[in-house]
Design a protein around this ligand. Structure first.
Ligand code: ADP
Ligand code: MG
Length: 269
């Protein structure tokens, strides 16, 4: 008789099961300022979604809502059918416990524009810390897994270095390895190459592209339109807290329908 796989410990370097995200009618405002104004978005497991749009259009806020860092006033988000929003049109939905929220957040990797590595920890410790802290792995296994992940992002030889000794591109690759260490079902990237010198952008995009082809669910905010065309299953154009247009890259990027999308692309291309 076979044991259900969900009850077996997963090897540290296994690809986590991809996660589906459903965002329904999400509204988020600060005072009178509507930052998200009725967002509907479905991300299928294994799909690569690239979000583009002008500064201030709500892209980072949307990622933060998916990761529970912000709560929408209206609307809901669900991960694999598990609801994480609280209300829909004033109706109260079940409020998740802090513990359930933390459990969901641990299934979501987040890679920031400014890397956010721990400066006082080595590269290896940066990658191994969270799996130990969350009880996912014991220290020797976490370090073994961290070495494997560092190899995957091309930094096997930097395990003992400190973040300040690395280039921005290397630091961002460590941040990606760190996100992978918790075996997330989805990884959110918020402008992962915006803080990098132009000659370092390619090495980071190459690592993300490797993830994109390995079946991890990815949501990527970026201004790298050429990259979006290469890796995206779907491109989403946001402006003023709304999704104005979405579809396959050849549709949204090459034949945009909305005047705002056309205007935006003419500026960034
Ligand atoms: P983007 O990532 O597309 O540049 P953001 O989601 O960061 O956009 O921000 C959208 C809008 O929301 C901006 O006008 C920003 O100033 C505002 N905003 C974001 N976070 C806050 C906050 N915590 N308090 C008030 N306004 C905010
Ligand atoms: Mg942003």
């Amino acid at each position: 008789m076979s044991t259900p796989t969900s009850q077996l410990p997963r090897p540290a370097d296994a690809d986590a099961p991809a996660l589906a995200i459903e965002i329904r009618d999400v509204h988020k405002w600060y005072g009178a300022h509507r930052v998200l104004d009725g967002i509907d978005l479905t991300v299928r497991p294994g799909e690569v979604t690239v979000i583009v749009g002008p500064s201030g259009s709500g892209k980072s806020t949307l990622l933060r809502v998916i990761n529970h860092l912000e709560k929408p006033q209206i609307g809901h988000v669900s991960l694999n059918g598990e609801l994480i929003g609280v209300r829909r049109h004033g109706e109260r939905l079940k409020e998740l416990s802090e513990r359930a929220i933390l459990a969901q957040r641990s299934r979501i990797g987040f890679v920031f524009q400014n890397f956010n590595l721990f400066p006082h920890l080595t590269v290896l410790e940066n990658v191994a810390a969270a799996p130990v802290a969350t009880g996912l792995l014991r220290k020797p296994e976490a370090q073994e897994s961290a070495r494997t992940l560092l190899g995957r992002v091309g930094l096997a030889d930097k395990a003992g270095a400190y973040p300040r000794q690395l280039s921005g591109g290397q630091q961002q690759r460590v941040a990606i390895a760190r996100a992978l260490a918790l075996r997330p079902g989805v990884i959110l990237f918020d402008e992962p190459t915006s803080a990098l010198d132009p000659e370092l952008v390619g090495e980071v995009l190459a690592v993300i592209k490797d993830l994109a082809t390995s079946g991890t669910t990815l949501v990527i905010v970026t201004h790298e339109i050429g990259f979006a065309r290469e890796v995206a299953d779907r491109v989403v154009f946001m402006d003023g807290g709304r999704i104005l247009e979405q579809g396959p890259p050849e549709q949204v990027l090459d034949r945009p329908q909305h005047p705002r999308t056309q205007e935006f692309l003419s500026k960034v291309l």
